[in-house]
Design a protein around this ligand. Structure first.
Ligand SMILES: C[S@@+](CC[C@H](N)C(=O)[O-])C[C@H]1O[C@@H](n2cnc3c(N)ncnc32)[C@H](O)[C@@H]1O
Length: 306
């Protein structure tokens, strides 16, 4: 038991350390932070424009730049409570949220044992956290518990299956077992990637293949940016990316007293090469998306029964 606790502590410490690095880098870019804060909107959540006014909300696993906390406050939430695994969040989140002083409360906490009473929050947000935790369904039960009767729980978590997932799982396992691959990923940056492409184009030119000359440098720079590098590191270097099917998550929510559960979707507006994937992210049910991403990113909005 003690060993299990120590293993979980180490796993959570490693998870937080990685995300602190990635989130701090995201926070340094006005473009990335704006992209992240724009993800959560009343339109996406399919609620009234003034939905957040007067609401007491939770952002569970807020991350170091607390972008969803920021979005909820910007949309008029009365108060947002936010937590993540350790104190590293205090190095960045308060400066991101400075315009909302007095309307948010930040603390350390764990989604597997949420330090709030039952039925506390009008709206609970938990984005991209559960699949990095030690127990997705325990986290979901805890999030359900602290959502008020009549309140809304929003959660997004990794689905199961798909070719791209199989590839990223392979890379993740390699990252944790092969030091030279780990160093390659850790040292990856946009300049290195762009230099690699330039090298390919110049070698093509040397062999009289001038097709590469039709690719403007600005396009390469737009397609391969720091946002892309941070995403690659997230997918490969995270200690865990648990996969669950939509059915399992729904079943758990139904047991916890949520009968109205909607799967949401959105078209992410990206600048880099991932923009070619946006149609697949949005239309998760299409044949190609199912083949590549299995059940896709599962984004659920669930209303707790009164
Ligand atoms: C991909 S980031 C998402 C951060 C933020 N929710 C967002 O949407 O940008 C995952 C976050 O989950 C946090 N996390 C992982 N396991 C957790 C747990 N058991 N309890 C609380 N937070 C956890 C990590 O520290 C990390 O900040």
């Amino acid at each position: 038991m003690e060993k299990d606790n120590r293993t979980r502590e180490k796993f959570e410490k490693d998870t937080r350390q990685l995300f602190h690095k990635l989130h701090s880098a995201q926070a340094e870019s006005g473009y990335i932070f704006h992209r992240l804060t724009s993800l959560l909107s009343t339109e996406y959540l399919q609620v009234e424009k003034d939905f957040f006014s007067g609401k007491v909300c939770l952002d569970a696993g807020c991350g170091s730049n607390a972008n969803a906390t920021y979005a909820m406050l910007q949309m008029g939430a009365e108060k947002v409570h936010a937590f993540d695994l350790d104190e590293s969040i205090f190095e960045t989140a308060p400066s991101m949220l400075r315009e909302f002083e007095g309307r948010y409360a930040l603390k350390t906490g764990n989604v597997l044992e949420i330090d709030f009473d039952d039925n506390t929050f009008d709206f609970v947000h938990c984005g991209g956290v559960l699949h990095h935790s030690a127990d997705v369904l325990q986290g979901l039960r805890e999030l359900s518990r602290v959502t008020k009767s009549g309140g809304i729980l929003y959660v997004h978590t990794y689905g199961a299956g798909g070719l791209i997932r199989e590839m990223t799982t392979f890379f993740r396992e390699k990252y944790f077992s092969d030091d030279s691959f780990k160093a390659l990923v850790d040292n990856l940056d946009a300049t290195r990637l762009r230099t690699g492409i330039q090298w390919i184009l110049s070698s093509m030119r040397d062999h009289d293949d001038t097709m590469g000359d039709n690719v403007p440098i600005e396009l390469i720079e737009e397609m391969i940016d720091n946002d892309l590098v941070l995403t690659i590191k997230d997918r490969i270097a995270a200690p865990a990316y648990h996969e669950h099917s939509e059915e399992v998550l729904r079943e758990c929510l139904e047991k916890e007293g949520f009968s109205k559960i909607d799967r949401l979707t959105r078209y992410p507006h990206l600048k880099n090469v991932r923009r070619f994937l946006s149609p697949l992210y949005e239309q998760y049910d299409s044949e190609l998306a199912r083949f590549l991403y299995g059940s896709g990113l599962i984004q659920l909005k669930a209303c707790k029964d009164v």
